[in-house]
Design a protein around this ligand. Structure first.
Ligand code: UDP
Length: 323
């Protein structure tokens, strides 16, 4: 039986990965320090024989008994509200944490996949973004602690590949959504759906002309799985190329939820990327992957999830600083 370590296992993406690797018949070793993750996302797995959980911060020395075939490093705060609140931990988990994970992978002779991000492209001057584009990142801006840590993560992963011959994979994840997203993480989708459900107006930042491309979580997980099983070690974009302005997105959420409120404009946060869309030619050619779930289907499933939350959960919101 193959054994896989997943860091950030109690988070949005990590928990879906735990489900997938259990379904693949693997033994899942889950790790999370629960700083942004939530045990609720994986509590259904605790009864399984082939699931174990370590409450541990991967930025500190990592010890896992037994063999490991694969390691997926998905621990990191991942929303602007989080990394403004905990910038040092954000920097540490993708730098020190990645170093620990790579060291562990060497000892265990495991293949390691690290979760990078479209944020390595910053506010991009190339559109859509191809893997060859080096990006336009402000190292000292509000997103610097996340973007630069992820860029370091890619660099040290490549160094372990080239110097130590470690089997490594790097995925660049674009905006992803689905059930188990944190309602109060400040991201646009939970923010809009939460506001719609609470009867508040939807806070659109700027004039809403900035674009994003939203990928449903099951599609992303399929892409991660295929990349892990491939023999390709350079970065691969995984995301849905269907691009939409934030204003259009707000209108879609109003329609979907049947909410009678309106979109109101708030100041655009500093260094907010103006446009983002993945070029997925590599994923198509190398992995035979492309997204299957369109926004209408994905949003419906996600809305049903948010509707099932309790009133208390729905009212626990944090507001994003406008800076
Ligand atoms: N956004 C918005 N209203 C909100 C939250 C976000 O208009 O309440 C905008 C934000 O300015 C950005 C886009 O939605 O342009 C996506 O933001 P998110 O935080 O989800 O992720 P990002 O892609 O910026 O990391």
């Amino acid at each position: 039986m193959k054994r896989v370590l997943i860091t950030g296992a109690a988070g949005f993406l990590g928990s879906h990965l735990c489900d997938r690797f259990i379904k693949e018949g693997m033994h899942v070793v889950a790790m999370d320090n629960l700083i942004t993750g939530d045990l609720k996302n994986i509590e259904h797995l605790f009864k399984l024989e082939h699931f174990e959980f370590y409450h541990h911060d991967v930025s500190k020395f990592v010890f896992v008994p037994g063999e490991l075939d694969y390691i997926l490093h998905f621990a990191s705060p991942a929303s602007p509200i989080d990394y403004l609140k905990i910038p040092i931990q954000t920097l540490k988990v993708s730098s020190l944490g990645t170093h620990n994970v790579l060291g562990l992978a060497r000892v265990k002779k495991a293949r390691v996949l690290v979760a990078s991000t479209s944020e390595v492209y910053g506010d991009p001057h190339v559109h859509p973004q191809t893997e060859e584009y080096w990006g336009n990142v402000n190292p000292v801006g509000p997103r610097g602690c996340y973007d630069e840590a992820k860029r370091f993560m890619e660099a040290i992963t490549m160094a372990y590949h080239d110097y130590h011959g470690l089997e490594t994979r790097i995925i660049r994840i674009f905006n992803t959504y689905g059930p188990r997203m944190r309602l109060n993480d400040g991201r646009v989708l939970p923010a809009f759906i939460g506001q719609a459900l609470r009867g508040e107006d939807l806070t659109m930042f700027g004039d809403g002309s900035q674009t994003r491309s939203f990928c449903y979580v099951d599609d992303l997980v399929e892409g991660i799985f295929r990349l892990l099983m491939s023999d390709y070690h350079l970065p691969v974009n995984i995301g849905n190329p269907s691009e939409i302005t934030i204003k259009e997105f707000g209108d879609e959420i109003l329609k979907l939820t049947g909410a009678k409120q309106k979109l109101i404009s708030k100041p655009l946060p500093k260094d907010d990327p103006k446009q983002r869309r993945p070029d997925i030619t590599k994923a198509r050619e190398i992995l035979g992957w492309e997204p299957k779930v369109n926004r209408a289907e994905g949003l419906k499933i996600t809305f049903d999830y948010f509707k099932s939350l309790t009133k208390d959960e729905l009212n626990k919101v944090e507001h994003r600083k406008f800076n």
